[in-house]
Each structure stands twice: as C-alpha cells, then as structure tokens.
Write a protein that binds this ligand. Structure first.
Ligand SMILES: NC(=O)N[C@H](N)C(=O)O
Length: 278
C-alpha cells in the first residue's frame, strides 16, 4: 500500500487555525500547524523549476541550531539539475507524497512515499518529477561536521518499509524507532528516523538533552509535552525543539502516532559558549 502522508497538509482553512490558535513560538520550541503552511508562506529556491517549498526550520538565534528543514513540492516536469549550492551541506530527503527521480553518480533512483535518501556533502545530485502528479518530500540540510580520520558517509537510498523498527526496551514495541542509519556509524553527525507510538503509548519521562529536534507528524494524533506546555498535534504539524527542551508525549489514537525526527548526534561540543572571545 502506498502511504500518503501529505494529504492533510494545507487542508485546514486559514480561519480554522485562527480559531484554534495552535501556532506557537517560544524560546524553547515552535509549533507550526499544518494549516499555517498556506500559499502566502511558500518560498522558491534558486535553480529549481516548478517547485515551491515551505521552510519550517532554520538556524535562528546564533546560539547552536544546526539544521534547516523544508517541505518541497515539485510539480510534474519540475525539479533541479543544481539543487544544492553549498558544498558543506549534507542532506536527507524523505518522500511523503508522489514520486521523485533522484540522479546520483551511481545512477537513477525512483523514490516513493517512505523513500529516504542520505546525500553526503559535495555529492553531485539532481532531482526531477517525471510523474504526472505533484511530488512532496522533506529536505533536511545541515553543515556536515567532518572529523580528521573519519571518512565522509556514503550516499544511502532506502525505504522505511524495508526496515524493521527497533522497539524501545520495556515497551513491547508500543514505542519504536525506524533507523535509516546505524547509530554506531560515527561518520554520521545527524539522524533522521521515524518514531512510532501505538495508541495510548507514551514517552513516559521528560527527555531533556543537548540534541535538537525537528518533528514532522506523519500520521495520527498526540498530546506532546514541550518545555512546560502540553500541545495537541496531528498529522501535518511540525515541531521545532531547541537543545534541552524537555519533551514527552501521549499518543491519542485511534491509529498509530508517527513522526519524522531530526537529531544532531556523534560530535564534540564547542569548547566555549557562542560569541565568547576566550
Ligand atoms: N522526542 C523524541 O522522540 N525524542 C527521541 N526519543 C530521541 O531524542 O531520540
């Protein structure tokens, strides 16, 4: 079965989100509800044709934010021969709707919903929509932190349906993570995974950690604890969490609650606070 994660995006009228007022921006986190991703907040990117994008996360405060995240929408016939202009940037693509053709030095790959690509920095790639319908995918970009003595990671092309989710210990699979990258592979400095909670399952403690997150809800509903607040979220919503933002959740059902999760990993921290001279 082909999943369509995206059908809910933009499905709210602007009024309904005005009424529910679900958009939140605080010093610790932001919530961008699906209804806010309307035509007036689209961006267009250089060298992309028939493509628009919603930029839902970016390094912001000058402290330590590490990533940007886009929802890309490519019309039939659209795409780019020069998608990335920054040689430092690594990227992950995750398809939520339709079909894209990704060309790498190794050849052409067709990605459908659930399709994942890891693109190391400096890789030559291009992307086109050769199908007759719009294609939508997440594009997560980060400045790769190279380490002397570690090779750059290699490109990866995978699909979530080919990966068995790993259950969190003691949860009997009610909380599980689909991992596209081996967590012990230290060449990688970011992970993009899919977290799945069955109806009624919980993250039972307020996780508080240095890693930042982008969480895009692929499916279902939950109440998410963000810092000191409990926020209702559903498919199509996005949450941005700064380092140390406490987080927990309760999956509301009736179906599974699933989200795409970005996390920075596996690197030393700066020795001094941002902006310090000594
Ligand atoms: N909010 C989350 O899903 N966090 C994950 N458990 C994580 O940080 O790995």
């Amino acid at each position: 079965m082909q999943r369509n994660y995206y059908s809910s995006l933009g499905g709210h009228s602007p009024q309904s989100d005005l009424l529910t007022g679900r958009a939140v921006f605080t010093e610790a986190y932001a919530v961008i509800p699906k209804g806010v991703m309307q035509d007036i907040v689209t961006s267009f990117l250089p060298f992309w044709n028939d493509t628009r994008c919603w930029i839902i996360a970016r390094p912001l405060s000058g402290f330590a934010e590490t990533f940007s995240q886009y929802i890309m929408e490519v019309a039939p016939g659209g795409g780019s021969d020069r998608p990335e202009q920054d040689a430092e940037a690594e990227g992950v693509l995750f398809v939520v709707d339709g079909e894209i053709e990704l060309t790498l030095p190794s050849g052409k790959h067709v990605l459908q919903p659930g399709g994942y690509a890891f693109l190391p920095p400096g890789l030559k790639w291009s992307l086109h929509n050769r199908s007759g319908a719009h294609a939508r995918f997440h594009w997560i970009r980060k400045a790769y932190e190279a380490v002397d003595g570690l090779d750059h990671p290699q490109p990866l092309i995978l699909n979530e349906k080919d990966i068995t989710p790993a259950a969190m210990p003691g949860t009997e699979g009610r909380w599980a993570t689909t991992r596209f990258v081996d967590p012990s592979d230290l060449r990688h400095d970011m992970h993009v995974t899919i977290v799945t909670l069955q109806p009624g399952a919980v993250i039972p403690f307020a996780e508080t950690h240095v890693m930042e997150h982008g969480l895009y809800v692929l499916e279902g509903k939950a109440v998410y604890r963000l810092n000191q607040d409990w926020v209702e979220v559903e498919a199509g919503d996005f949450m941005w969490l700064r380092a140390f933002c406490p987080q927990a959740c309760y999956a509301g059902g009736p179906g599974p609650f699933r989200y795409l999760l970005y996390k920075d990993v596996n690197r030393h921290m700066a020795l001094r606070p941002f902006g310090s001279r000594h």
